[in-house]
Design a protein around this ligand. Structure first.
Ligand code: ADP
Ligand code: MG
Length: 387
């Protein structure tokens, strides 16, 4: 039987992580800092998290025997990958604490269910329609064009989505995706993007990290900037309230992120929910006492949530595999880490990925400064030295 809600899991015990990517790796580091041991379940042999965990189980996320063994080896399991089958979370929850739970993850991992859920909380989303076959696109309102067709499941970092200027293009894109369920969203005039990274404990207690401004390039997060007063308080308040409503509505337990668009007319639109720590929360590792990964550990162990105050202005820069190529696709060369680490305020995080492929997230750099201007100037220096 799963452990009681009130039970705490103490340092020295095992924690389970589904997924072996960089989010799992940073979770391992933070769990280990607190004295826990981590068992990672991930199908690949040399995953970023599998390499640093005390134990790695190489198995598929729906391997019933492996899940049974995982449940027997730890009192609590969390995830870093929203596409773990909800049925696997359900199986685990028969004998251990699973945060976030299967029901919440099931909503969030399907854009159709996710959009319907967010709308039902009276939170605005982009105008959209569900697309299950070509006729849905034939009947879609004109107002949805130009738009973006997104696959309902398994999309990430701009993958599984296509900008479409017309109905005909949307139908073509839908066919290219293999006519799997999709949503068609109207293309919105974005002023900028923000995200709310927060934690909700088993007790229902919540803690929200400061809101960052995100910049994307080619559908992939490029940077997050966080400083006191950067996001106007009325907008920040709206975003925090929406995120809290979403967390309550899902009876969510764990760390989650809600991405928002701020439109050119100032309106706030919820884009998507991530049921895990988020790339836009990486700044917390160097700019808050408690990082988003430590917060994830605190939730699953039943420990009190940590402080979320911003200690310093910060710019987070993602490092993509592209930095190894710089215009020469056939010749990879290591970025000049020595020069980058020479810049004051720089904290480098690399994920130990086996290969720096273009478009692949391989690390990030947090740049702090006394003022946001100083942090930004240092970040520009980093970008110049990245080549
Ligand atoms: P992913 O799962 O790949 O993060 P998102 O739905 O968040 O997918 O889309 C990635 C990025 O594409 C967004 O952060 C935003 O910059 C852009 N985008 C997505 N949907 C829209 C939209 N309806 N209008 C304008 N830009 C959008
Ligand atoms: Mg997104």
């Amino acid at each position: 039987t799963p452990i009681a809600l009130s039970d705490r899991i103490h340092p020295g015990e095992w924690l389970g992580m589904l997924g072996g990517g960089q989010l799992g790796r940073m979770f391992c580091h933070e769990a280990q800092k607190l004295g826990y041991k981590v068992v990672v379940l991930d199908p690949s042999g040399n995953s970023p998290a599998g390499m640093v965990a005390e134990r790695h189980m190489a198995a598929a996320y729906d391997d019933i025997v492996a899940l049974k063994e995982l449940a027997a080896s730890t009192p609590a399991v969390t995830t870093e990958f929203e596409n773990v089958p909800a049925s696997s979370l359900k199986q685990l929850s028969a004998s251990c604490r699973v945060t976030p739970g299967a029901a919440a993850v099931a909503v969030v991992q399907d854009r159709i269910a996710e959009k319907a859920f967010i709308s039902a909380q009276d939170i605005p989303v982009a105008p959209y329609c569900e697309v299950r076959d070509v006729s849905d696109l034939e009947q879609a309102q004109d107002a949805l064009f130009p738009g973006i067709l997104k696959v309902a499941r398994l999309g990430y970092d701009g993958k599984g989505q296509q900008r479409v200027s017309s109905r005909a293009e949307a139908i073509e894109a839908f066919r290219t995706f293999g006519q799997i369920p999709c949503v068609l969203e109207a293309m919105l005039p974005l002023d900028y993007e923000i995200s709310v990274v927060m934690a909700r404990a088993i007790s229902g207690e919540t803690a929200i990290f400061p809101i960052g401004i995100n910049t994307h390039e080619n559908g992939i997060l490029a940077s997050t900037v966080v400083a006191e007063g950067l996001v106007k308080e009325d907008l920040a308040k709206q975003a925090r309230e929406a995120a809290l409503r979403i967390a309550e509505g899902l009876n969510y337990q764990g760390v989650m992120c809600v991405e928002f668009f701020v439109l050119s007319d100032g309106r706030l639109i919820a884009n998507e929910i991530a049921p895990r720590p988020h790339n836009s929360g990486h700044y917390t590792m160097d700019a808050c006492v408690t990082s988003q990964f430590e917060q994830q550990v605190r939730v699953m162990t039943g420990m009190p949530l940590g402080a979320t105050d911003l200690l310093t202005p910060v710019v987070m820069l993602n490092i993509l595999g592209d930095c190894w190529f710089n215009g020469n696709a056939s010749h990879a060369r290591e970025p000049q880490w020595h020069d980058i680490l020479a810049i004051p305020g720089v904290s480098l995080h690399l994920y130990g990925k086996d290969e720096p492929r273009p478009g692949r997230k391989v690390g990030h750099i947090n740049v702090v400064g006394t003022t946001i201007e100083q942090a930004k100037e240092r970040a520009r220096d980093v970008i110049r030295k990245m080549g």
